[in-house]
Design a protein around this ligand. Structure first.
Ligand code: FNR
Length: 362
């Protein structure tokens, strides 16, 4: 049967993948309240469409950190994509580049920065986890820069791994035929078959819990690449991020995999946008599954969105073709939303094109 929306890939992936892998991709933390909320919150925002505007031409293109892309829909970093499909991150990179958009490669990819850059041209960002061993970090950032990555997305919501109970029950670990390729030569490419979650113990052993705003500054001394701070949910941290030299902010709750009972990202977005005062662009990820979701995020002030799970699920189902299809479906839906709302360009999308249930009656 023909696939007609992004969410349909999840059921196909569930059927195809080993339970341990599907659960790792799908899960949120603890009660998974935030996981549901990331989706539900979008339904608290309705449209105020404008009519009788000539929408025969729609331009979805936009610019992110100076890079022109075909649409404000980008790919979030998701770890270990070769568990989904043998071509893993290569397939994702090629699909993103075919769609004219940006892919973010995870630190914990099963393909290295060099390997991904050799799959062909494309604008790519590198997601960074900061290891206790700062030489490892400096070396990796240098490699990403050399391999042509255009920005660092510094993940700041993971001093420890969130409690994902399915991973504990399944004793999740990276399958033996795969490696965290960016760390292969550094002897950090493998995960123990430890008690409970192998990933949780890997994080506990290697990731630096002391990470602080000082390190955002430190990072700027080792790279010229712009730094996006990924995982901001409050106005307070937005101000500090701006003052610490961040080039942009990603409103993210890590796909609801870290602290449960944080708000849906779409609920936190406006607070962050206001605090950013237009000084840096604000992006969002979390629960985006429809073109209407993309429009709502932009109407609330986001400069673009990123998708996580739709990529791994479509990759599992159909490889590169699946990821291409996901990007195409979101693009088509977003274009239709713009047309039916009377917006011909990204600049024409305003706060007045939506009404949120927290708005005061006009
Ligand atoms: C992630 N995410 C993530 N984030 C990050 O900074 N580094 C990483 O390695 C990963 N890995 C990862 C794996 C999987 C399977 C998932 C689902 C998520 C979080 C990711 O970048 C993003 O914030 C969310 O996935 C966005 O939410 P949606 O689109 O999955 O709802």
């Amino acid at each position: 049967m023909e696939i007609t929306n992004v969410s349909e890939y999840e059921a196909i992936a569930k059927e195809k993948l080993p339970k341990m892998v599907y659960d790792y991709y799908a899960s949120g933390a603890e009660d998974q309240w935030t996981l549901k909320e990331n989706r539900n919150a979008f339904s608290r925002i309705l449209f105020r469409p404008r009519i009788l505007i000539d929408v025969s031409k729609i331009d979805m293109s936009t610019t992110v950190l100076g890079f022109k892309i075909s649409m404000p829909i980008m790919i979030a970093p998701t770890a270990m994509q070769k568990m989904a499909h043998p071509e893993g991150e290569y397939a994702t990179a090629r699909a993103a580049s075919a769609a004219g958009t940006i892919m973010t490669l995870s630190s914990w990819a099963t393909s290295s920065v060099e390997e991904v850059s050799s799959t062909g041209p494309g604008i790519r960002f590198f997601q960074l986890y900061v290891y206790k061993d700062r030489n490892v970090v400096a070396q990796l950032v240098r490699r990403a820069e050399k391999a042509g990555f255009k920005a660092i997305a510094l993940t700041v919501d993971t001093p420890r791994l969130g409690r994902r109970e399915a991973d504990i029950k399944n004793r999740f670990t990276l399958p033996p035929f795969l490696t965290l390729k960016n760390f292969e030569g550094l002897d950090l490419g493998k995960m123990d078959e430890a008690a409970d979650s192998g990933l949780a113990s890997y994080v506990a052993g290697q990731i630096d819990r002391t990470l602080s705003w000082q390190d955002v500054k430190w990072l700027q001394t080792i790279t010229k690449l712009p730094i996006l701070v990924k995982g901001v949910l409050t106005a307070e941290d937005t101000r500090i991020a701006v003052q610490s030299g961040a080039a942009g902010i990603i409103v993210s709750n890590h796909g609801a995999r870290q602290l449960d009972y944080v708000p849906a990202t779409i609920m936190a977005l406006e607070e962050v946008v206001k605090a950013a005062r237009g000084e840096v662009p604000v992006f969002l990820d979390g629960g985006v599954r429809r073109g209407t979701d993309v429009f709502k995020a932009l109407a609330l002030g986001a400069s673009g969105i990123f998708i996580g799970r739709p990529v791994v699920f479509s990759l599992a189902a159909e490889g590169e073709a699946g990821v291409r299809k996901v990007l195409q479906m979101l693009r088509d839906e977003f274009e239709l939303t713009m047309a039916l709302s009377g917006c011909r360009s990204i600049q024409e999308i305003t706060r007045n094109h939506i009404v949120a249930d927290w708005d005061t009656p006009r």
